[in-house]
Design a protein around this ligand. Structure first.
Ligand code: PLP
Length: 387
């Protein structure tokens, strides 16, 4: 018998990955599954990005590189953060990691230890609390509701702070709710963070996927005091449909970036070298591809939201960002796992149970899939909630 480390027992496996895998397995058996479980765009990576990586591969970018990332990519990211987000970073403030997930994991390892509390608003991206636990810290979950559009209020944040609070996790646009904080709301949260001398990690991975004129503002851009306390996590997966490439990054104060570099140098070392050259092309070439994906998401979102809002037992607000609809199922009398399992069994529709995100009365549907699947899946969902 193998005696595993205690930390393993504290962390459940990812429910989203498990459901996506079950839906995929059903599909390979020939079952006609409508899957709304994926957390990734359904588009192929844009050709010019693939070409840049191919060129890098052919020209010998196949060796170990600097553990913190190719200097050219760190420079391109710093430039993007200055230009797009008004954040005054240089390459020394940036570390390239294996996706946003790895960036956040490195951050938790570099920052959090036993006794440290990390405030996470729920519904949350499911890996945040588990990463905190893996770093021996304590996640402090603050419940939000549909009434506040699933946004944490400055008062809620203030009330959750204790002498042990070290970090606040902000994710706007949000996975799973699609909520986007307004500039005023971000400003009000920044004031609380400064007052209590906390750090904030701003996960901006969906920053480019915005609707109806919603605006993304980076909390660190609001002034010097909050800039000093901000860490940015971002990546290429969602904006450029590069989920499998595994390229993300963290930006923040130099000493923190140095600490994450040390951790990375002893764990994964550099991100796949030629993949980083694809990421450079993503930042430096035309951004039309981002706009094209956004146009498709905008249309799909409208169809899905309209259909769900017309179902009497379900309710959802219109998401302002990302590519998810967060649906309240409380009127059905079912909890999220029971609902999701029964829906998959009965109607072959795959969704993610909200319990994965700390909201057991909800389910998450991704509309990063084609319109035909959305139409068909919505008809099946209507049938399911009527019976
Ligand atoms: N942050 C959020 C909110 C996400 O939804 C995801 C992916 O689903 C990530 C970070 C990590 O993305 P990746 O590791 O693919 O860059």
């Amino acid at each position: 018998m193998i005696k595993l480390a205690t930390r393993v027992g504290k962390v459940p496996p990812s429910i989203t990955l498990a459901i996506a895998a079950k839906a995929k397995a059903m599909k390979t058996q020939g079952i006609d599954v409508c899957s709304f479980s994926a957390g990734e765009p359904d588009f192929d990576t844009p050709q010019h990005i693939k070409d840049a990586a191919k060129l890098a591969l052919d020209s010998g970018k196949t060796k170990y590189g600097a553990a913190s990332g190719e200097p050219k990519l760190r420079e391109a990211i710093a430039k993007k953060l200055r230009n797009d987000n008004n954040l005054n970073y240089g390459p020394e403030n940036v570390i390239v990691s294996n996706g946003g997930k790895h960036s956040l994991f490195n951050l938790m390892l570099a920052l959090i230890e036993t006794g440290d509390e990390v405030i996470i608003p729920a519904p949350y991206w499911l890996s945040y609390p588990e990463m905190v636990k893996l770093a021996a810290g304590t996640p402090v979950i603050v419940e939000t509701t549909a009434e506040t559009e699933y946004k944490i209020t400055p008062q809620q944040l203030r009330e959750a702070i204790t002498p042990n609070t070290k970090l606040f996790v902000l994710n706007s646009p949000s996975n799973p709710t699609g909520t986007v904080y307004t500039p005023d709301e971000i400003k009000a949260l920044a004031e609380v963070i400064i007052d209590h001398d906390l750090l904030v990690v701003s996960d901006e991975i969906y920053e480019k996927i915005l609707y109806d004129g919603a605006e993304h503002i980076s909390i660190g851009a609001l002034g010097e005091e909050i800039f000093k306390r901000t860490i940015i996590s971002n990546g290429f997966a969602k904006s450029y449909s590069m989920t499998g490439w595994r390229v993300g990054y963290l930006a923040g104060p130099t000493e923190l970036i140095k600490a994450t570099s040390i951790i990375q140098s002893h764990s994964t070392s550099n991100v796949c070298t030629f993949a980083q050259y694809g990421a450079i092309a993503a930042l430096e070439d035309s951004q039309d591809c981002v706009q094209e994906m956004l146009t498709a998401f905008t249309q799909r979102r409208r169809v899905m939201v309209d259909r769900i809002q017309a179902m009497s037992k379900l309710s959802c607000s219109t998401p302002m960002g990302a590519f998810y609809v967060f649906v309240d199922i409380s009127q059905t009398g079912m909890k999220s796992l029971e609902f999701s399992d029964a829906l998959l069994e009965a109607e072959k529709v795959a969704v993610i149970p909200g319990i994965a995100f700390g909201a057991d009365d909800c389910i998450r549907l991704s509309y990063a899939t084609d319109l035909g699947t959305i139409e068909k899946g919505m008809a099946r969902l209507e049938k399911f909630v009527k019976v």
